[in-house]
Design a protein around this ligand. Sequence first.
Ligand code: KG4
Ligand code: ZN
Length: 331
Amino acid sequence: MRILGIETSFDDTGVAIYDNKLGLLVNELRHQNNIHSKYGGVVPELASRAYINQVAPLIKEIIIKNNISLNSLNGIAYTAGPGLVGSLLVGAGVGCALAYACNIPSIPINHMEGHLLSPMIENPNLKFPFLGLLISGKHTQLINAYQLSEYQILGETLDDAAGEVLDKIAQALNLGYPGGYLLSQFANKGKLGRFYFPKPMKYYSNFNFSFSGLKTFTLNLIKKHMYNIQALHDIACEFEYSILDVLVYKSFKALKKTGYDQLVIAGGVSANKKLINLFKKYALIHNKKLYFCSPIFCTDNAAMIAYLGMIYLKRGISKKIDISIYPKWSI
Ligand code: KG4
Ligand code: ZN
């Protein structure tokens, strides 16, 4: 079985092909960073316009370059939500049109479920049930993953997502967009201990998060120390650590509560090396099994969409022609 996956939820165009015998055959990504970076964030109108120019040509390029026949495809999986309406519509429109033309099923995929199960691409040992920590640009959620399609959100951010605040602070420091990686690099030149930083909701009995207050606190501190570069490195270091500390503490508390032995970390922020090292350290202490992805599968990609499409199609779940998108689709 061979599935073409299309990812167009936000601002990255991804196209991938997953074959159930041969594994991932192709995984290509085109960024729109040059379009959005001057605005410090994604401009929805520009994103959908860029998608229109990127999606179909990228599919054509991949198919020709890799000598893949459209006849060899058994289905087309596309991100149906959550995401920006205009962005989702382009991928869904192209995916469903191609599926219709090839007379094969189209499979609408939840982007966050794609992230959550993406570690399975590289770790076939990972099986349900497990605890999931989803950390991306728009989500911070602790998930009880019972089985495919059956998830319970144990806790989530009450305001900003972890990736969102990393991007905002990176922007305030003029580091560029997207900011998570750049902020982490900047923070490497800083030291902990110079400033006292809050650890929002760390000791609350529930599993929710809140990062908006931490963002405001950090922005105020940046303003105060704008002309002291070492202070700015120290602030970035302390800010990044506060986020990681809360994430790791609450994840292991949720593991204790659920009794699971397996923890999956997924989403763009899980590309953070310091975060992975901290989680590895805790996993060793608490004797838990940790699953995460290589950086290319942490951030938005179509491999996770094609892979999940294959799993759903094997179970007979697909659509024939209607184009479905759900901009606020919860996992
Ligand atoms: O999963 P993702 O690619 O897109 C969404 O579904 O939102 O996540 C994007 C987020 C951005 O906030 C970006 O700054 C963050 O992931 N990110 C990182 C790193 N790479 C991407 N954050 C911290 N460290 C990184 N290396
Ligand atoms: Zn994502």
